[in-house]
Design a binder for this molecule. Structure first.
Ligand code: NAI
Ligand code: OAA
Length: 356
C-alpha cells in the first residue's frame, strides 16, 4: 500500500475512533493502524482469541495483529487456526502469532494470556433469537471458561459468544466453582450496540459520526439493548418519533444483518471492529492509561439484576468502576422497566445451566 493510501485509511479510522464513549481519547482501529508502525515501548501483553477461525475470529485476529499493544497473539479454534495464523503472522507488526487447534492445545493457547476474547460458537440464522443459540453455545463457553480458570485465571475475559445475557453469567459461575472468579475481569462485549447507535444517530442527527457518543445499557438481545439517546452527544433536536426509530433500529441491528446475510450467519466484520476497540480499551486499562470508559455487560449493582451493561471505567485490574445510568428520559425509563424481566430470565438461565 502506498504511504498516501495508508495515511488516508488511518485518518478515516482515527475519526471513527475519536467518537468513542471513552471520556479520554479512546482506542480504535485507527490507532491500531497508525501505531502499527511505531515503537514497541508498551509492556508485553498476550491476547488469546478462542474461535479464531470463524467469521468474527478471522477479522478480529487481523485487527489484534495490527494493535501495537499486543506482543503475543494466540489463535485457537477447533479447526483452521494453522492457516489463519500462517496468514496473519506475515503482517509486519509487533505481535508474535501462534495458532492452536483442538482441546489438547487449548492450555498452550491460554497460558500467560492477559486478555482472552471469546467469539466461539454458532451464529444465528434468520428467524432465530439469540437465545436459540443457548443449547449449543452454553456448553462451548462453559468448557472454554473451565480452561481459562485452569491456565490463565488472572486474564480479562471478553465474552462475544451469544446469548451474551446468559454466557456471561455462565462464565461467572464456572470461575466461582473453580475459585478464580474476579468480577472485575469478566466482560460481556456489547460494543457493537454502541457502534451501531453512534452510526445511526450520526445519520439521523446529521452530525459527524466521529464526534458522536451514545451509551447503550441493559443487555445484548432485542429490547434488553437500551441506547440512551438522551445522553447522546453532540446534542440534536430529534423528535420522539426519531428517537423511537433509532432505538428500534439499534435493538434490531443484529437481526438486520442476519436477514441480509440470509442464512450465512450474523454480523462478523462490524463485530470484529467493535471487539477490537473493546479489547484495545481493556489493554489500555491494564497498561494504566487513565479514564478509559466503555460500555460492557458486567457484574453490577446499579439495578437489582446481578449483571447489567453500562459504562465501565477500565483500569489495571479490569473494571475499576461500574458507572450508574444517570438521568433517563421517560421513554428510556419505560424501556428499562420493560427489559428487566427478560434480562433477569436470561441471567438466571445461564446460572442454572452452569450449576447443573
Ligand atoms: N456480542 C456480540 O455483539 C456479537 C456476538 N456474536 C456471536 O459470536 C459468535 C460467533 O459468531 P461467528 O464468528 O459469526 O460464528 P462462526 O460460526 O463463523 O465462527 C465460530 C467459530 O467458533 C469455533 N468454535 C466452535 N466451538 C469451539 C470451541 N469449543 N472452541 C473454540 N472454537 C470453537 C468454530 O469452529 C468457528 O470457527 C456467535 O455466537 C454469535 O452469535 C456475533 C455478533 C455480535
Ligand atoms: O444478531 C446476532 O445474532 C449477532 C449479534 O449479537 C449482533 O449482531 O448484535
Amino acid at each position: 500500500m502506498k504511504a498516501s493510501m495508508l495515511r488516508s485509511a488511518a485518518t478515516t479510522l482515527r475519526r471513527a475512533s475519536s467518537s468513542s464513549s471513552s471520556s479520554s481519547s479512546s482506542p480504535s482501529s485507527t490507532h491500531l493502524l497508525r501505531r502499527s508502525f511505531s515503537s514497541d515501548s508498551n509492556p508485553d501483553r498476550k491476547v488469546a482469541v478462542l474461535g479464531a477461525a470463524g467469521g468474527i475470529g478471522q477479522p478480529l485476529a487481523l485487527l489484534m495483529k495490527l494493535n501495537p499493544l499486543v506482543s503475543s497473539l494466540s489463535l485457537y479454534d477447533i479447526f483452521g487456526t494453522p492457516g489463519v495464523a500462517a496468514d496473519v503472522c506475515h503482517i509486519n507488526t509487533r505481535a508474535q502469532v501462534a495458532g492452536f487447534m483442538r482441546d489438547e492445545q487449548l492450555g498452550m493457547a491460554l497460558r500467560g494470556a492477559d486478555l482472552v476474547i471469546i467469539p466461539a460458537g454458532v451464529p444465528r440464522k434468520p428467524g432465530m433469537s439469540r437465545d436459540d443459540l443457548f443449547n449449543t453455545n452454553a456448553g462451548i463457553v462453559k468448557s472454554l471458561c473451565s480452561a481459562i480458570a485452569e491456565y490463565c485465571p488472572n486474564a480479562l475475559v471478553n465474552m462475544i459468544s451469544n446469548p451474551v445475557n446468559s454466557t456471561v453469567p455462565i462464565a461467572a459461575e464456572v470461575f466461582k466453582k473453580a475459585g478464580t472468579y474476579d468480577e472485575k475481569k469478566l466482560f460481556g462485549v456489547t460494543m457493537l450496540d454502541v457502534v451501531r447507535a453512534k452510526t445511526f444517530y450520526a445519520g439521523k442527527a446529521k452530525v459527524p459520526v466521529a464526534d458522536v457518543n451514545v451509551p447503550v445499557v441493559g443487555g445484548h438481545a432485542g429490547i434488553t439493548i437500551l441506547p440512551l439517546f438522551s445522553h447522546a452527544t453532540p446534542k440534536a433536536n430529534l423528535s420522539d418519533e426519531d428517537i423511537k426509530a433509532l432505538t428500534k433500529r439499534t435493538q434490531d441491528g443484529g437481526t438486520e444483518v442476519v436477514e441480509a446475510k440470509a442464512g450465512k450467519g450474523s454480523a462478523t466484520l462490524s463485530m470484529a471492529y467493535a471487539g477490537a476497540i473493546f479489547a484495545d480499551a481493556c489493554l489500555k486499562g491494564l497498561n494504566g492509561v487513565p479514564n478509559v470508559v466503555e460500555c460492557s455487560f458486567v457484574q453490577s449493582t446499579i439495578t437489582e439484576l446481578p449483571f447489567f451493561a453500562s459504562k465501565v471505567r477500565l483500569g489495571k485490574n479490569g473494571a475499576e468502576e461500574v458507572l450508574g445510568l444517570g438521568p433517563l428520559s421517560d421513554y428510556e425509563k419505560q424501556g428499562l422497566e420493560s427489559l428487566m424481566p427478560e434480562l433477569k430470565t436470561s441471567i438466571e438461565k445461564g446460572i442454572r445451566f452452569a450449576n447443573q
